[in-house]
Design a protein around this ligand. Sequence first.
Ligand code: G16
Length: 542
Amino acid sequence: MIQTVATTPYADQKPGTSGLRKKVPHFQQPNYVQNFVQAIFDSLEGFAGKTLVIGGDGRYFNREVIQIALKMAAAAGFGRVLVGRGGILSTPAASNVIRKNRAFGGIILSASHNPGGPTEDFGIKYNIGNGGPAPERITEAIYARTKEIDEYRIVDAPDVDLDKLGSFDLEGMKVEVIDPVADYAELMESLFDFDAIAAMFRDGFRMSFDAMSAVTGPYAQAIIETRLGAPVGTVRNATPLPDFGGHHPDPNLVHAKELYDAMMGADAPDFGAASDGDGDRNLIIGKGIFVTPSDSLALLAANAHLAPGYSGGLAGIARSMPTSGAADRVAEKLGVGLYETPTGWKFFGNLLDAGMATICGEESAGTGSNHVREKDGVWAVLLWLNVLAARKEPVKDIVTKHWAEYGRNYYARHDYEGIDSDAANGLVAALREKLKALPGTKVGPLTVAEADDFAYLDPVDGSESKHQGIRILFEGGSRVVFRLSGTGTSGATLRVYIERFEPDPAKHGMETAEALADLIAAAETLAGIRERTGRAEPDVIT
Ligand code: G16
């Protein structure tokens, strides 16, 4: 029986860079979840009788929200819902399930790399039929709807048993509980040379994959240990936990420090990798060398032809604006297009759908391809493994040869987390105001060449996105970018992206902090970070 329940709007349900993310207690307010889910359905058309995919990264509150979403999908008139067993689907696996089953769309429950638990983070996002995050036109419609919603519809029925594979009836809607890993593993096998990778493991290649007690554990075990034959234990922290074991499931040098330290040790394995809460991010570390996400994108693009799924070459490469320009020179050499988009995977969807780009990546540890419409952590790790199996060289040699050929982009991102929102907005506004006057200004040894507020005109649908980050470019090609994160849940996070291009191989052995020292000082001078935020140091450097 469908119940119509009266509700009142919440003013703060504006989706950010990747859906709605808030603390769990915030989501637990009366009807908070129901309002948002109903606003999603109210913003869509033509889904009666069609298929919806629902899954999440297993974090605290996942199961409760899945039951609500299932009952509301039944009330909204969907014909079928595919849901991962235990409510689990990694974000890229959900994208694959949507595409493979030609579903109308999907609801993904995750706050990605943010911590989980009763007082930590939760998130809901909607993906469209191409398997990718809803574009801004849809997220804006959802937000508009949340501001005026006055009722939601839900069926009155017992909870669905999410732990049993099979088909169930929910008030006339079919619910299929599916294996979260099987389709995804099959897709990976179709893209990569599993025989060559398995042979490499047989020959003693050693790897450590840290699943960070998050969603990729079962995926990585099934693929890397079971199918590729890596020794059991290669995948660490493999059981997804609702609170990620109390850790922050963010695969960076701060939160995956144990892996980093192991990879820098004398007895390091050949290859280290990690993924995040929902499985879309990746961290790549070779023996004695961390590969920045921007370099990883460039390296994967340059070597992708070594994997069967990409042997025909790339149509183009896309990267978010704050991502370093390392991939640009690979695109130039390959003679393919390079697209620079705002931060947010949703901006790659059109380029991938139109066949303009094959590989995409972001500085925020995301890399992916046209195989799905999300970034994909395990995919990136497998492409690296395929490249290593084909080239039979250590990661370090592959990276240094790449720099020698293309030049090195020294790169770092400084994050100031949980700062006062007014202070953060004030900092950006002040920068914006002086943009026009900046060119020609000297900052220490540097001279500003250009300064702007990045705007993107989507070449496929003509939509425009403004205010996507302040770029300050210096003579000689270095730059500093300032933007506020759209994924945090408390206060504001200021991100400062710092990059210097160094063509001379004799200068490729510097420490990143040393290579970027002038630019870090210039960022402080230009933005007055310390004065405006009260912070002398970033919280995280990646
Ligand atoms: C999300 C988006 C990414 C973005 C990242 C950081 O990733 O999908 O495209 O680069 O957030 O965004 P921001 O700088 O606004 O915090 P994820 O892994 O959190 O879904």
